[in-house]
Design a protein around this ligand. Structure first.
Ligand SMILES: Cc1cc2nc3c(=O)[nH]c(=O)nc-3n(C[C@H](O)[C@H](O)[C@H](O)COP(=O)(O)OP(=O)(O)OC[C@H]3O[C@@H](n4cnc5c(N)ncnc54)[C@H](O)[C@@H]3O)c2cc1C
Length: 385
């Protein structure tokens, strides 16, 4: 039995940022992850301005250090949007998109948490959780008890499944879980050089495809709601065939679910809180999750650090931060997603070039977090300095 102030399940971006903040404020913190790091994580690795900023302000990981660690391998100052195969828009970005290697980035974040004093349990899979008692049981029999639990164990969270409120939202959770499929294709198998990221709309309903640059590869992927689309493996193969990849059957994509509009509005119960994918905190227009994982991990940790040992007050403080900073972004991007994807379904993609000429630069600032998805007003983040 291990006794801690806070037990964090999952050492992805949400769990590691939370662990770093809490250990840095003098709490006894345990972080348990079923994997041994570095571990792979299926992800495009795209970092927006707000992600880069949060990595620096919260964890001291600036771009220079991320490049030196090879956690960031590429950056792009422009983007391309294709509608049903034709180029409909290209634009310059107000800040470059940075592309990260998730196995290295997540290892760096966990190292930061460890250096702050968090005790890390690798290869420790949580199988049971009691949110009121603050207890987590792992597959190897380890029992971790904390005054608080942070469930940062990703989209298939064990902690979330033990939260009583989840019973009422199970159907909604399932229907807004988007299958995402992605493959790393060697650059010499791709028909052209990719320097800037591409978004492909009109092919996947309620979703989209992407092509991201890399040093010696490109990452091609698709995601979308299952109920609107057919077989994802066929959709993926058709997508890369149309991109010009020869013999698409020989490309074997990885698949992983992505929360895509199924966030928990009140993610606390008893001594437990959810952060990151575990709470569905992913921006549901482009599926950006790294920032929202780190941001909700940070908010949950701050709420605990600032509220003594009182779970009711800490939950209220976390809820308040979510209501002010995070949920308006998720709701706003959900509205944008509905508008854009329904309009594409109704009218095709021809009108997108006019839309992007008028709104492209504002949209790019919004994706980066310089403007809010809540009607694209200038955005003030409490925690980005
Ligand atoms: C194909 C794809 C592409 C994506 N591309 C992007 C992108 O380009 N940019 C972006 O911002 N976001 C992207 N995302 C989303 C992003 O990957 C996630 O939102 C982000 O990883 C969430 O971080 P997290 O810390 O909440 O969860 P995770 O990163 O999933 O970490 C959860 C951790 O919990 C551990 N865990 C799980 N279960 C247990 C258990 N029972 N016990 C102990 N440990 C457990 C796991 O091993 C893992 O380390 C993409 C997602 C997919 C699927």
């Amino acid at each position: 039995m291990g006794e801690f102030d806070v037990v964090i399940i999952g050492a992805g971006p949400a769990g590691s940022v939370a662990a770093h903040v809490l250990a840095g404020s003098g709490r006894r913190v345990a972080v348990a992850d079923r994997a041994v790091f570095p571990r792979s994580k299926l992800c495009g690795g795209l970092l927006t301005w707000k992600s880069v900023r949060l990595l620096e302000t919260t964890c001291g990981l600036d771009l220079e250090r991320l490049r030196a660690e090879k956690a960031v391998h590429h950056q792009s100052s422009a983007y391309f949007v294709y509608g049903s195969g034709s180029l409909v828009a290209r634009g310059q970005l107000p800040f470059p998109f940075h592309f990260s290697d998730r196995s290295i980035l997540d290892r760096c974040l966990l190292d930061v948490a460890r250096q702050s004093g968090a005790q890390v349990f690798e290869g420790c899979r949580a199988v049971d959780c009691e949110p009121n008692a603050g207890t987590v049981i792992c597959a190897d029999g380890t029992v971790l008890r904390g005054k608080f639990i942070i469930g940062a164990d990703g989209v298939n969270s064990v902690v979330r499944r033990h939260m009583p409120f989840f019973g009422h939202m199970r159907g909604m959770w399932r229907s807004y879980l988007a299958p995402a499929m992605e493959a790393r294709i060697p650059a010499d198998r791709f028909p052209r050089r990719v320097i800037d990221p591409e978004l492909h709309v009109g092919r996947i309903r309620d979703g989209y495809g992407w092509v991201f640059p890399g040093n010696d590869h490109v990452l091609a992927g698709i995601c979308g709601l299952r109920r609107s689309n057919g077989n994802f493996t066929s959709l993926f193969r058709d997508f890369i065939r149309d991109l010009g990849v020869a013999d698409p059957e020989s490309v074997h994509p990885g698949a992983y679910p992505l929360p895509y509009g199924n966030y928990c509005m009140n993610p606390c119960h008893g001594r437990a809180m959810l952060a990151g994918d575990a709470g569905g905190f992913v921006e549901p227009f482009l599926g950006e999750g790294i920032f929202f994982a780190m941001a909700t991990g940070y908010c949950a940790a701050r709420a605990i650090a600032d509220n003594g040992d009182d779970p009711v007050q800490a939950a209220a403080a976390y809820q308040d931060m979510l209501n002010r900073q995070i949920l308006p972004e998720i709701r706003g991007s959900d509205r944008l997603r509905c508008f854009l994807f329904h309009s594409i379904a109704a009218m095709g993609t021809g009108w997108l070039s006019l839309f992007m000429r008028i709104f492209g630069s504002r949209l790019a600032q919004t994706v980066h977090g310089m403007r809010s998805y809540a009607w694209t007003r200038a955005k003030q983040w409490d925690f980005l300095g």
